[in-house]
Design a protein around this ligand. Structure first.
Ligand code: GLU
Length: 312
């Protein structure tokens, strides 16, 4: 059975890009009579706040995007807030540690972002491996806790995305040893998302193409942890009318304003129009969109929201 999921981070009020993600994940799973799980990705407790999570839950319900397991519904994999699942991440980290693949890193932010540091295609720094070969004594001499990094091989990790086609990355050259846990103890998204999707039996991950380049790292973690990866389906990002990336912090193309002026069907119909599976912007319920939805209709290039589309 298909199991899809919503995995929003409650770091602000939901925007149209987050919403398109939930809509596509819901349609893709429901069209195959699959289940949907809602998991709240609130590892970053400084940025992710409970009221935002509660508001998100209310927004999704209002839009008619329902879930079978998750907050408010319960399910076999409770809890559904990542902040309450750290024992699982700790166990996975320990498993990787026992394979001799984890090491502490003491580099400061300034050291990591030195002018000469090579960068990934997504703008992140490729870790130079500075702390990889520290001896026990050198580690013991550090006066602060280290972050934990995963040693990656000089290997190409490739997969075929359900919508974007083939994608591959050489983990050592294009990514570098990546973080599993920050020095303040916060587990990294890459580790938590793999542990949770596997634990929750997710078979289909639908998400924005900004996470395409995270997928080889996640596939490598599935491999090391002996877990079966889901199918990955990435879709293009929605951009603001001026071409900027949407951001929860900017309240860009936010649902809050749209919800005051428009019905759920009006919002979903317009999103589906942007997604290529509603011929015009006419209002449609999530259920009505089930018969129109087809991944083949969804564009593969980023989509600019026309000025005023969600205004009235
Ligand atoms: N929590 C992530 C976000 O809101 C999504 C992670 C994922 O879909 O893998 O951007």
């Amino acid at each position: 059975m298909t199991v899809g999921r919503f995995a929003p981070s409650p770091s602000g009020r939901i925007h149209m890009g987050n919403l398109l993600c939930c809509l596509l994940a819901w349609l893709s799973a429901r069209q195959k009579d699959g289940k949907v799980v809602l998991r709240i990705e609130n590892l970053d407790t400084a940025r992710c706040k409970r009221p935002y999570a509660e508001q998100m839950i209310d927004d999704l319900r209002w839009l008619g995007l329902d879930w079978d397991e998750g907050p408010g519904v319960g399910g076999k994999d409770e809890p559904y807030y990542q902040s309450e699942r750290t024992a699982l991440y700790e166990a996975a980290l320990e498993k990787l540690r026992q394979k001799g693949l984890v090491y502490p890193c003491y580099c400061t932010r300034a050291e990591l972002h030195a002018a000469s540091a090579p960068h990934r295609s997504d703008g992140q720094v490729i870790y130079a491996g500075t702390c990889r070969h520290l001896g026990e004594e050198e580690r013991a001499a550090k006066d602060r806790p280290g972050a934990m990094r995963l040693l990656v091989p000089d290997e190409e990790w490739a997969f075929t995305d359900g919508h974007m086609g083939r994608y591959s990355e050489n983990l050592a050259r294009e990514c570098g040893d990546f973080l599993l846990r920050r020095s303040d103890g916060m587990f990294a998204y890459q580790l938590a998302v793999v542990v949770d999707d596997a634990a929750m039996g997710v078979t289909e991950v639908v998400r924005g193409s900004d996470l395409l380049s995270s997928t080889p790292r996640q596939l490598y973690l599935y491999h090391l942890l002996g877990l079966t990866p889901p199918e990955f389906i990435h879709f293009p990002l929605l951009l603001a009318p001026d071409g900027r990336r949407l951001s929860k912090r900017d309240a860009d193309a936010g649902l809050e304003e749209a919800r005051e002026k428009l019905t759920a069907e009006e919002i979903l119909g317009r999103l589906a129009y942007l997604g290529g599976f509603n011929p015009t912007a006419q209002p449609k319920s999530a259920k009505e969109l089930l018969s129109d939805f087809d991944w083949e209709k969804v564009p593969r290039e980023d989509i600019r929201i026309p000025e005023g589309l969600f205004e009235k």
